[in-house]
Design a protein around this ligand. Structure first.
Ligand SMILES: [Mg+2]
Length: 217
C-alpha cells in the first residue's frame, strides 16, 4: 500500500519570506513618497487615533502627491522588485513534488498578483484591494487585522481545494503569519531581519532561508 503524503499544501507569506523587504515601504519609497508618513499613518490607525477611512484616504493622498500612483508605474516597480534567488527554485521544487503552493500576503493586490506570477504560483490572496480610475490609483480597501485575514483566506483556500489543516504547512516570518502557522500546527519560521523571537514559540521548524524547505518537505 502506498504511503499517503505527509503534507499536501504549502502556504507562503511574501514580504521578508520570498523578498528582502516590506512591500508597503518598498512601494512608498519606489513612488518617491515618504516612508515616515506611511509609518505615522499606520501607527495612528493601529492606536485608534485615526479611522480606517481617514488613514486610507491620507495614504492615497501621500502616494498621489508623488505623481507615481499609477498602475503602469507600480506594475513596473513590482516586476523588478527583488525576490530572493532561492524563492523561485524552492517553489518549483515543491510544485514538482506535487505540493499545492499558495501565497497569502499582507500586501496590496497588484503586488501580490505580480510576485505570485513571477514565482509561478496560481493561487494568491492579498490583504488590500486597490481601486483605480483608468491608470490612476484613487483608493484602497485595507484590513488592519492582517493575521485574522490571512487565517480566513487560508481556511477558504483549504475548503476550495479540499485540503486539511493537518496536511498543511505555512511559511512566514512575522506576527501576521502567526494565526495561520498555529492553525496548521506546522509553521515554518523564516529568520529574517525583522525576525521576532516570540514567533519561535509557535514554529514547527525554523529556517534561515526558504531554500532550506528542500530538507524538510
Ligand atoms: Mg512577512
Amino acid at each position: 500500500m502506498k504511503e499517503s503524503r505527509r503534507f499536501e499544501v504549502v502556504g507562503f507569506d511574501i514580504d521578508e519570506t520570498f523578498t528582502p523587504s516590506i512591500s508597503w515601504q518598498m512601494m512608498t519609497k519606489g513612488m518617491g513618497a515618504s516612508v515616515d508618513e506611511l509609518i505615522r499613518l499606520y501607527e495612528a490607525l493601529k492606536q485608534g487615533k485615526m479611522s480606517l477611512t481617514a488613514a486610507q484616504d491620507a495614504l492615497i493622498r501621500v502616494w498621489q502627491a508623488s505623481g507615481n500612483a499609477r498602475k503602469s508605474f507600480l506594475t513596473k516597480l513590482f516586476m523588478r522588485h527583488q525576490i530572493y534567488p532561492d524563492s523561485l527554485p524552492t517553489v518549483q521544487y515543491l510544485q514538482k513534488k506535487g505540493y499545492r503552493v499558495v501565497i497569502i500576503s499582507g500586501g496590496v493586490d497588484l503586488y501580490v498578483k505580480t510576485i505570485a506570477r513571477r514565482l509561478g504560483v496560481a493561487d494568491s490572496f492579498p490583504n488590500t484591494k486597490l481601486l483605480w480610475e483608468g491608470d490612476n490609483l484613487i483608493g484602497m480597501e485595507y484590513e488592519l487585522d492582517q493575521a485574522g485575514k490571512k487565517l480566513r483566506q487560508f481556511k477558504a483556500y483549504l475548503k476550495r481545494v479540499g485540503g486539511s489543516r493537518d496536511k498543511s504547512v505555512f511559511v512566514g516570518d512575522s506576527s501576521n503569519d502567526r494565526a495561520v502557522m498555529e492553525y496548521t500546527g506546522h509553521g515554518v519560521l523564516v529568520k529574517t531581519p525583522a525576525y521576532e523571537a516570540e514567533m519561535e514559540k509557535v514554529a514547527w521548524k525554523v529556517v534561515d532561508r526558504v531554500g532550506e524547505l528542500r530538507k524538510i518537505l
